[in-house]
Design a protein around this ligand. Sequence first.
Ligand code: HSE
Length: 385
Amino acid sequence: MKRQMKIGLLGYGVVGKGVVDIVDAHCPDLEVKYVLVRRPREELGEKAVTDFNIMLNDPEVDIIVEAMGGLSPAYEYVHAALEAGKNVVSSNKQLISYYYDELAGLAMEKKVALRCTAAVGGGIPWLTAIERGRRGNRIIGISGIMNGTTNYILDAMYTNGSDFDAVLKKAQELGYAEADPSSDIDGLDIQRKCVISSNVAFGVSIPEEQVPVFGIRNIKACDIDAAKRLGKICKMMAIARQTKDNKITAYVEPVFLPGESLEASVHDAFNLITLEGEYSGVQSFFGQGAGRYPTAYNVVEDCADLLHGIDDFYTDVIEPKSVDNAEELHPYYIRGLRSPETVKALKVINCGEGFISKPISVVEAHTIAESQAGEELFMAGILED
Ligand code: HSE
């Protein structure tokens, strides 16, 4: 075990400040030597720097922690750090999902660590669970609630009949939502988490844009009531599977789940993520999926893992794969479908202001939703378990 490691921290927002607080309070073996900031921060004293090259060129800095979010300049900094042979810990799902092959490949080439456990599931050690779970086990599927903000909104709408806009504002105040909360409510944040989880779990690399996403922007009280009417609850889910013939299914959408399912009891900004392995069977991981300290905690855990000798990425298998959702079928609840012919072709029964469809493929459902993008359509997959 290395005695002490020094950190160069990029970003001093919700997560970055949490990292400094935890390291200062609990980690004598770690030291935040520099914090890259845009404007002076008195409380950081001499740690605050405005030039990234200071930490890049300091041989004492072992780990660059990236907690800036966004693609640029996070990408340029992380790339330069790996290129220079420094370990990188990031909480940035957008960066890791988009540049997965390149950054994981570069870390392997340079034989340094690239860890991003906080990028999926906030404080839950989910990626490290997958890393362990894929040794001596074939992971067949991953699924779950991977976004704190949307769970917070859906839970408040279901439990207290809260208004969507008011509860989104509260989620922003609590530091759960992204800077641009449309990433949360339109499902892009979950799409990125689904890509990273699938890639690590299945040893593949799937393009982000092939994972179809439908969010909760259009959800109304009548949709929550429709789920209740069916004895179900609406949750925002990511679902991915590796079939026996090695096809990858992956999608993100609201779903109506049985009221007695594990996910139904997930409240507030908590996440619950499940993997199914050939030998392990089903394992679910529950915890705080967003917020300063849970997320910063996972960043610090990654740094502590480096102290204990971790020096790689979660997998060394990166096989480029396409997503194939053509054979993934289930019924949908749909409200606001404009075409009477399509309604007639799909409808099995009415349900409140919408209807329940016959089982259709994820491809068909998301194609219908796309054809009415910008309109009031809402849909949710109906899952039995
Ligand atoms: N906005 C994200 C969420 C933060 O609500 O889950 C954690 O990734």
